[in-house]
Ligand binder design. Sequence first.
Ligand SMILES: NC(=O)C1=CN([C@@H]2O[C@H](COP(=O)(O)OP(=O)(O)OC[C@H]3O[C@@H](n4cnc5c(N)ncnc54)[C@H](OP(=O)(O)O)[C@@H]3O)[C@@H](O)[C@H]2O)C=CC1
Ligand SMILES: CC(=O)[C@@H](O)[C@H](O)COP(=O)(O)O
Ligand SMILES: [Mn+2]
Length: 395
Amino acid sequence: MSPEIRGISILGATGSIGSTTLEVVDRFPERLRVAGLAAGRSTERLASLCERYRPDLVALSGEEEAEKFEGAYRCRLPGLEIEGGPSALERVATLPDAGFVMSAIVGAAGLRPTLAALRSGKVVGLANKESLVAAGAVMTRAAATSGARLIPVDSEHAAIHQCLADRYDPVRRIWLTASGGPFRTASSLEIAEATPETALRHPTWRMGPKITIDSATMMNKGLEMIEARWLFNQPPESIRVVVHPQSVVHSMVEFEDGSILAQLGVTHMRTPVQYALTWPERLPTGLAPLPLDQPLDLRFEPPDPDRFPCLRLAAEALAAGGDAPAVLNAANEAAVEAFLDRRLSFPGIPAVVAETLAARSPTEPNDLEGVARADAWARAFARELIADRALAATG
Ligand SMILES: NC(=O)C1=CN([C@@H]2O[C@H](COP(=O)(O)OP(=O)(O)OC[C@H]3O[C@@H](n4cnc5c(N)ncnc54)[C@H](OP(=O)(O)O)[C@@H]3O)[C@@H](O)[C@H]2O)C=CC1
Ligand SMILES: CC(=O)[C@@H](O)[C@H](O)COP(=O)(O)O
Ligand SMILES: [Mn+2]
C-alpha cells in the first residue's frame, strides 16, 4: 500500500532549516506536498520556491512586503494566494491541508504562528526554539489542549526524543552536547576581540546568522536548556551541558541506574529535519553514514561559564521562570542584531542580557500577550542600553 501524501506548511521557508525541509520534500515527493510557505524578506528566493513547489498559500512578514511580492511575481505565479502580516503567517500555520507545520522562522517572530499551529492540533516540527524559551508554558498548554504534537527538530532535542522513545524510566539527567563554538579554546581576551566574521565561523554546523552567533556565545545551549525543560518536562537542575567539539553525539539521557543512552550521527540537519517529517517512520536520508570503520575521537569536557557567561544567564532565567526566559530571549535578540551590525562588542552581548534581566520587574505571563509585553519591554530596554554603550564608545 502506498503511503498517504502529507500536506506540509513551512514557516521560514527561505532559511537554513526551511531549505533542508525542502530537500526532504524533494526526496519523498510521493509522501510530502507543500501546502503553504511563509518567509520574511527573501522575496526572489520565495518566488522561486513558489514556482517549484506550487503551494496554495504564501505569506510574507508584512502587508507591504506581500503587495510588493504580488506586483513583482504575480505573472509567474498564477492561482497562488499571496498574503502578508501576522494573520497571514497564522493562516499558513493552520491550513486545513497541512497536517504538519515546520516552525523554522528565526526568533520571537515565530511565536504567534507556532502557537496557531499548536492550537489547531497540527504535528509541529519545532526548530524555532524561541517559542519554547519565551512561551514554553503557553505553547505546551496549547498542545495539550488541542492534541497537537511537538516533534523536536533542534538536533540535541531530536536526539533526546530518540533516546527517550516511549520509555517511562525515571530520568536522572539530560546531557545536551555543545560544540563549544568557534571560541571553545580561546582566552577571554581573544573572545573580547571577536568580530561578526570570526563569530560566524562555526566549527561544525552551517546555520543562519542568529543561531550561529548564539553558538559562539553559547547562549544557544542556554536556550536549549530552557527548550528541553518544556519538551521533556524535566526539572531545570537535571538539564546539563557538556562540550563535545565533534558534534557527533547529538545528546544523551542518563537514567536512574547510571546508564546513558546517546544518539550519534553525521553532523547534518537533514537527519533531524527528516526525522520530524517522517516520524514515527525512519527512512534513508541519502547522507554518507558516520564512518565508524575509521578512527574517530570523541571528546567531552565541562563548559566554562566564566568565558561564556550566557550559559549562566540562561540557567538563572530557567530557574527564575515567569517572564525571565522571555526577557533573556528578547534582550539576546536585540544584542545579537546589534553585534552583527557592529553596534555592540561580543562581550556586550552577555552584558546587555545581564543588565536587562537585572532591571526587570518579574511577571508571570499566562498567555502570549503577557509574553509579548515582557518581550517588548526587554527589547526596548536592551536597545537603549546598546545605544548608550555606542554613545559612550564614540563620545
Ligand atoms: N539552522 C540550523 O541548523 C538550526 C536552526 N534552529 C532554529 O531554527 C530557526 C531558524 O533558523 P535558521 O534556519 O538557521 O535561520 P535563517 O536565518 O537561515 O532563516 C530564518 C527564516 O525565518 C524567516 N523570517 C525571519 N523573520 C521573519 C518574519 N518576521 N516573518 C516571517 N519569516 C521570517 C526568514 O525569512 P527571509 O530570509 O525571507 O527574511 C527565513 O526564512 C531558529 O529558531 C534557530 O534557532 C535550530 C537548530 C538548528
Ligand atoms: C544544529 C543544532 O542543533 C544547533 O543548535 C547546534 O547545536 C549549534 O551548535 P552549538 O552546539 O555550537 O550550539
Ligand atoms: Mn541545537
